[in-house]
Design a protein around this ligand. Sequence first.
Ligand SMILES: NC(=O)c1ccc[n+]([C@@H]2O[C@H](COP(=O)([O-])OP(=O)(O)OC[C@H]3O[C@@H](n4cnc5c(N)ncnc54)[C@H](O)[C@@H]3O)[C@@H](O)[C@H]2O)c1
Length: 666
Amino acid sequence: MTFQEQIKQGIPSVLPEPKPYPSDANRAPKRKDILSADEKQLAIRNALRYFPKEWHKELAAEFAAELKQFGRIYMYRFKPNYELKALSISDYPAKCEQAAAIMLMIDNNLDPAVAQHPEELITYGGNGAVFQNWAQYLLTMKYLSEMEEDQTLHMYSGHPMGLFPSSVEAPRVVVTNGMMIPNYSKPDDWEKFNALGVTQYGQMTAGSFMYIGPQGIVHGTTITVMNAFRKVLEKGESPKGKIFLTAGLGGMSGAQPKAGNIANCITVCAEVNPKAAIKRHQQGWVDELIDNMPELVERVRTAQKNEEVVSIAFIGNVVDVWESFLAEDIFIHLGSDQTSLHNPWSGGYYPVDISYEESNRLIREEPEVFKEKVQATLKRHADAVNKHTAKGTYFFDYGNAFLLEASRAGGDVMAENGIDFKYPSYVQDILGPMCFDYGFGPFRWVCTSGKPEDLDKTDAIAADVLNKIMADSPEEIQQQMQDNITWIKDAKQNKLVVGSQARILYADAQGRAEIAKAFNDAINRGEIGPVVLGRDHHDVSGTDSPFRETSNIYDGSRFTADMAIHNVIGDGFRGATWVSIHNGGGVGWGEVINGGFGMLLDGSEAAERRLKSMLLFDVNNGIARRSWARNEEANFAIKREMARTPKLKVTLSNNVDDDVLSNLDF
Ligand SMILES: NC(=O)c1ccc[n+]([C@@H]2O[C@H](COP(=O)([O-])OP(=O)(O)OC[C@H]3O[C@@H](n4cnc5c(N)ncnc54)[C@H](O)[C@@H]3O)[C@@H](O)[C@H]2O)c1
C-alpha cells in the first residue's frame, strides 16, 4: 500500500501483526499503576471501541499486557509502517490544503528526530502527547484526508470525535487537551483518566501540533540567557568565560547549550539520561560530553581560564554538579534548572545518589520510595543553590516548577513573606517585562513545501520587514528589535532545523502581522510555497500560568484563566486554521491553561484578511490584560497599538497612589 492509501484507510481492514519495539527508541517511563481492577477493565473496554468486534479477544489480551507493563495502552501494533516525518504538503492525500497542512504538522510532532518518546506518541516534556494511542492517530489522519473546507474536526484529548459541518471561515480543527472539571485536576487525576484513555496531557505545542524541535525554544532561551547576563555583568563586560549551570537535555531543555553558545558563555548542562545527552551531542546541540566529575571540573577551569565559548553536557545528576562546584570553589554566574519538575513523580526529576536504572525501577515498583528520594534531592539541590547565590550567583526558575516543588519538599526557597519565592522566575525578571508586556513572543512559521530554499527566503523577508519596522520604532523596544534582527540573520548558520523547515522569531503584533503579510504576498507571487504560522503557547496571551507566563501579573488575577480562553475563542472566529486549548503545559496538570493556533497562508486575499484580524487580536488580548494589571510596559504597548488601530478600544487602568491606601481602616 502506498503512503497515501495507508492514510486514507485509517484503521486497517486486516488486523496488522504485532510489531517488535524498536531497539533504539527512547521509551516513555512506565506510568503509575493507578487503576483498580474494575477501572482496568474499563480502560480495555474503552480502547476496544476503536476496533471491530472480531479483533476484541486478541486485542483485549494484548492491551491488558500493555497496561500492565507500561501503565497505558498505546496500541503499538497499529503504528503505521511508513516513516513518520513532515513531508511536503503536496504529498498528503487531502481534499483541502488546510487539512494537508495539519497532517504535516502532526507527522512532524511524531518524527523520531523531533519527538522524545515517539513510540508512545509523546513529543516532549516526558508526557506531552499528540495522541493517547495509535488508533487515534490513524483515525485523525483519515478524517483529515476526507475533510472538505466547510467541515471542522473536533478533537477531545487526541480522540477525533468527528467531522462536523461548519463553514469555510471556521477553524478546520478544534483541539482540547486535558480539559477537566476543576476539582479533578490533581496529578493523580491525570494518571487515572489518562490510563482510562479519556484524557491526555497535551503539554503546549505537543497537543497542538506546533512543536518544531528545540529550535522553538532556543530563541527564547537565548534571549533569556543574554538578558540574564546583561543583568549581572557590568555594561560592556562579555559573558565569555562565565558559567551558566543548568540541567536537562530533553525536548526543550536541550536548547540550553545552544543558547549558551549563541550568548557566548560556558554552559554546563547536567543530564541523567545518557540517551538524551548523546542525542543532543549527535545533533550538534551541545559541544562536549563528560561523564565524570574530576574531568568536568578540570575542563571547566580550562574553559574559564581561556575565556572559551563552549557547551558541556555532564552525564549525571545536576545536584552533584552544584555541590562539587561549591567544594571546588568554581564561581557560577548564572544558574537555573530545566528538569521536568512539572512531572516530578514519574521521571521528570531524578534523585541523586541512585542510578538512572534504579530510579526507573523505583518509579515502577516503589513509587512512594521514589517520591521520598526526589524530595530529599530537591532539598539538597535548593541548599546547594542557596550557598552559591550567597556568593553572588544569579539564579532564576526556568518555569519548570523547580521552586514550587522544592518548596513542597521543604527546601529553603521561600522569601521572608512566606508567600513568594526567594528567586524570581525568568518571566518575572526577564521575559515578562522585557518581552511579553511589549507583545514580543515566539512567533513561528513552517514552510510546507519542505524546501530549505523556502526557509531561506522567508528568513530574508522577515529580516527585511524587521529592519524597516525598527527604523520607526520607539526607544523602549529598540533592544528587542535589534536582538531579533541579529537572531534571524544568524538563524541559518546556527543550524537550528530539526524536522520540518521551521523558523522561530520573537516579534510583536506589528512585526508578526507585517512578516505574515509579506509571506502571503510572496506565496501569491509564486516565490515560495504555502506557509503555516503559529506560535508557542508560552507567549504574551496564550497562557495563564501563575508560576510562569503570568507570574509577572501582580493584581491577583494571575490565578484566573480568562485570558487563555478568550484567546482561543477569539482566534477561532478570526480565521485560525486550527485552535487548541490545554490544561497542564510546562508547570503541571492543574497549574496552567494554555492555548495556541495554527494558520495556513496560501497567498489568497482571504488569508491576508484572516492574518491581519487574528494576529492583531492574538497578541493584543494579552497586552490589554497585562496593561489592566498595571504593568507599565504593557500600558505603553496598548496605547501605542490603539493609536495605530482606531477600532481597538481597551479599558485602561487608573493607578492609585500608594499614600491613598496607606492609612485605611479595614
Ligand atoms: N526551555 C524553555 O524555555 C522552557 C520554558 C518554560 C519551561 N520549561 C520547562 O523545562 C522543563 C524541561 O522541559 P523538557 O521538554 O526539556 O523536558 P524533558 O523531560 O524532555 O527533559 C528534562 C530532562 O531532565 C533530565 N533530568 C531529570 N532530572 C535530572 C537531574 N536531577 N539531573 C540531571 N538531569 C535530569 C531528564 O533526564 C530529561 O532528559 C519542563 O518542565 C518545561 O516545562 C522550559
